[in-house]
Design a binder for this molecule. Structure first.
Ligand code: SF4
Ligand code: SF4
Length: 384
């Protein structure tokens, strides 16, 4: 679960001063924007907060390895609430709650309520959908505003595809969870997320049809990253480039699929074909940091490189963590800027202007090395 959301809403932002919450660190926090500017780094915008490593499933492709006996425990609520307030006070505009399974956290609604009160522009939830009840759906509707997004994973349009990676019965339970949300009017806030794999890529047109029938807002897909549990699995694999080409052919020739895609779909390979623009910026780390349930801050959702992480965030606070991260992430930015020129495989590649070596976080996630092309290189070249 790692795609980025971006929403706008009509709620005026409340920008509490850091001194209200952290009077002893006021100077430190006021210095942070200047420090970021000096280092050429972006101000953090979206925080992904993993509130638990526990999960009711044990999916084959789980990149955080959630649901295993040794998974990280729930993030204690006082620490989570402090982070939610502190990130808003720092000027963070959106927060994404993830896990493990978010709904296993005993205080998940309290955390969302707190985010709502902190006036984030956007709040997103990532869930496998199974644990939604009528009661929790109604409670969620009470918090509803145009900036809320509820992302539910569906790894296929059929039980056979979804359950292959998520376990028997998971598909029907996820559909039941989605119905709980649509029944209370939250369909326009629901996004279905599919992890693109060899066995399910060609179900994307059917998934769009299913999503339309369910009354949800969008279907977003993202290619499998071979890290976490996915690196150990042999029965799942990323799609072949030829599968993407078949999908693009179908998009060109299948009118209902094209209409639904234009209304609801986002798939990177399709977007590359439809909008082949030059890449505007290098990596968005620092803009989109990730905080694990044990208080380790990473530059982005996929780049869990120890050398670029900051620990003990719950003890020291976010401001101190970002300050500690600045020199580390500044050196990451230098690597990101020069990466495509340093990668031998990218020299003379016609895709270089648009791709620039792909996503550095994905490169680290899939190869454990920042200085490699990301794992979608062959697809990118085929689509290009
Ligand atoms: S539901 Fe999500 S967090 Fe849980 S095991 Fe599956 S992929 Fe991991
Ligand atoms: S498609 Fe591959 S070789 Fe070409 S720029 Fe992207 S990562 Fe480099």
């Amino acid at each position: 679960m790692y795609f980025c959301n971006s929403f706008a809403d009509g709620v005026a932002r409340h920008t509490p001063t850091v001194s209200i919450l952290y009077s002893s660190t006021t100077m430190t926090s006021l210095d942070l924007p200047e420090l970021l500017r000096q280092e050429g780094l972006c101000h953090p915008v979206t925080l992904t907060l993993a509130v638990t490593g526990q999960c009711n499933l044990n999916c084959s492709h789980c990149w955080v390895g959630a649901g295993a006996p040794a998974s990280l425990p729930h993030l204690p609520s006082p620490a989570a609430l402090a982070i939610i307030h502190e990130f808003a006070a720092l000027g963070g505009r959106s927060i994404r709650f993830t896990g493990g399974e978010l709904l296993l956290h005993p205080q998940w609604l309290t955390l969302l309520t707190s985010a709502r009160q902190s006036r984030y522009d956007s709040i997103s939830l990532q869930s496998n959908g199974i644990l939604f009840t009528e009661k929790s759906a109604i409670a969620l509707r009470e918090l509803d505003f145009s900036g809320i997004s509820i992302q539910i994973s569906l790894d296929g349009a059929t039980a056979a595809s979804h359950d292959l990676v998520r376990g028997k019965g998971a598909f029907s339970k996820a559909l039941r969870g989605i119905s709980m949300l649509t029944n209370v009017g939250l369909g326009p806030r629901v996004t279905i997320f599919l992890t693109e794999m060899r066995h399910n890529l060609e179900e994307i047109p059917d998934l769009l049809e299913l999503a339309e029938a369910l009354g949800v807002a969008a279907v977003v897909t993202g290619a499998l990253v071979r890290c976490g549990r996915a690196s150990e699995q042999s029965r799942i694999s990323p799609p072949d480039p030829e599968q993407y080409l078949r999908l693009l052919d179908r998009l060109a020739n299948d009118q209902p699929f094209r209409r639904r895609y234009e209304e609801m779909g986002t798939t990177a390979a399709v977007e590359w074909r439809m909008n082949p623009t030059a890449r505007q910026e290098c990596c968005t780390f620092m803009k989109n940091p990730y905080l694990s349930p044990d208080g380790v801050l990473y530059p982005c959702t996929l780049c869990h490189a120890k050398d670029f992480s900051v620990s003990e965030v719950f003890k020291n606070g976010l401001v101190a963590a970002f300050r500690e991260a600045v020199p580390l992430w500044s050196s990451l930015m230098q690597i990101s800027r020069h990466r495509s020129k340093a990668l031998p495989e990218c020299q003379n590649c016609p895709e270089q202007a648009a791709c620039a070596g792909g996503c550095m976080g994905r490169a680290w996630g899939s190869h454990g090395n920042l200085l490699t092309a990301d794992d979608r290189c062959e697809v990118r070249k085929a689509v290009g």
